[in-house]
Ligand binder design. Structure first.
Ligand code: URA
Length: 278
């Protein structure tokens, strides 16, 4: 049975796993615990569910726990569920971003029944003005990437970890991500995509609670499911990590690598490619 970890514990475990990775250790074995004899501390240790396969081929199960009440629980229609989540966000003042110059909340856009979701970091200046994720230069590149996968922007759903623009496009801070990411989890639970692409390290690290470099985060699948979703028709999504389009604009030489990530996603979704993105 998969164990739901609280965010602090997940983070601490992720740090520890990263430490082992730095030492070149990738395989973890679970010591059987004799429950009758185990002391309380040991009995409360969570399972680490990393498969014992070579680096990069392992599928890591992530159950993202968020302690939130869900106005939309029991609502099957994703359109209605997303509306309820948006209503719940309201004119949000839950974190400091609301008083740091944001013009509006950028909730998310796209097909509520999408098989594929893209998750970015947070709105930039253009998104803040238009109220839609990825509409600036990075958005143009994301559109090209989506097109190259043989689908349209309208076919996918696009959201961010934080819904308000961080001042000066700085990286969203931990407390901001922690306050806002429950809404992202609820969006994912409403849409129930088959696959999610985390765009960049900030999105990936926040969703997976793994503090690893992109070189380790990319090139593998993660089984991803927000906690508390009990729909027998949806076992969760597969999550892949690729470079953020803004990074690709700065370093176009990495586009080929990003294309490999997208091809992995296309293969899983059975998509035919019309060609490599520009
Ligand atoms: N970068 C992001 O991470 N998200 C956006 O919506 C735009 C740029």
């Amino acid at each position: 049975m998969a164990v739901v970890l609280n965010p602090e514990l997940r983070r601490a475990l992720a740090e520890r796993i990263r430490f082992y990775h730095d030492l070149g250790i990738y395989d973890f074995y679970q010591r059987p615990v004799a429950h009758a004899q185990a002391n309380a501390a040991e009995a409360s240790q969570p399972e680490i569910r990393e498969e014992m396969s070579p680096r990069k081929s392992a599928v890591v199960s992530v159950i993202a726990e968020e302690n939130v009440s869900r106005a939309e629980s029991g609502v099957k229609d994703p359109v209605a569920a997303l509306q309820l989540i948006r209503q719940d966000i309201g004119d949000c003042t839950r974190c400091k971003l609301h008083k740091l110059g944001r013009k509006q909340i950028v909730f998310g856009v796209g097909n509520s029944h999408a098989e594929l979701m893209f998750v970015g970091e947070g709105p930039g200046a253009d998104e803040d003005i238009q109220g839609e994720p990825f509409v600036g230069r990075a958005g143009q590149l994301l559109n090209n990437m989506i097109k190259a996968m043989g689908i349209r922007r309208e076919d996918v759903y696009i959201a961010n970890v934080v819904k308000c623009r961080p001042p000066g496009n700085r990286t969203p801070e931990r407390d901001e991500c922690e306050t806002c990411s429950p809404f992202l989890m609820r969006q994912i639970a409403a849409i129930k995509p088959k696959a999610i692409v985390a765009l960049g390290a900030v999105a990936a690290r926040n969703m997976l609670a793994i503090n690893a470099p992109m070189s380790e985060l990319r090139g593998r699948w993660y089984d991803f499911k927000p906690a508390g979703v009990s729909d027998p028709s949806w076992q969760g999504a597969r999550l892949a990590v690729t470079y953020h389009p803004a990074f690709l604009l700065r370093d176009p030489r990495q586009k080929g690598e990003a294309w490999k990530d997208l091809q992995m996603v296309m293969k899983y979704l059975g998509l035919e490619s019309p060609g490599k993105p520009e």
